[in-house]
Write a protein that binds this ligand. Structure first.
Ligand code: FES
Length: 101
């Protein structure tokens, strides 16, 4: 495990949800409740990038079949996905968002 810079705080804040590539690992970053969260970027139902989905509150809706995941816990909130998406610890250091990956 290693803390790695994924984006600037300003970029995540402005975009709300965005993708990041950390050493080949596809990550989605979210700005929720004045904090940053990270999950794996690929939906657990089929192949779709959650960073292209719709963020509402602390939930991300998959753009393909509309499964909903809680971005803080990774848990499924609405099917058709039934498996939680992996989450990663995040922290802010200065202007940088760091993800433990
Ligand atoms: S690919 Fe995400 S719900 Fe089907």
């Amino acid at each position: 495990m290693a803390w790695t810079r994924a984006a600037s705080v300003a970029e995540v804040k402005e975009r709300g949800v965005m993708d990041a590539d950390i050493g080949g690992e596809e990550i989605a970053l979210y700005w929720v409740d004045e904090a940053v969260y990270a999950t794996h970027n690929v939906c657990t139902h089929a192949f779709a990038r959650l960073s292209e989905g719709f963020l509402e509150g602390d939930c991300i809706e998959c753009p393909i079949h509309q499964a909903v995941f809680n971005v803080k816990t990774g848990e499924v909130v609405a099917p058709p996905a039934y498996t939680a998406v992996k989450t990663y610890p995040c922290r802010i250091e200065g202007d940088d968002v760091l993800v433990d990956i």
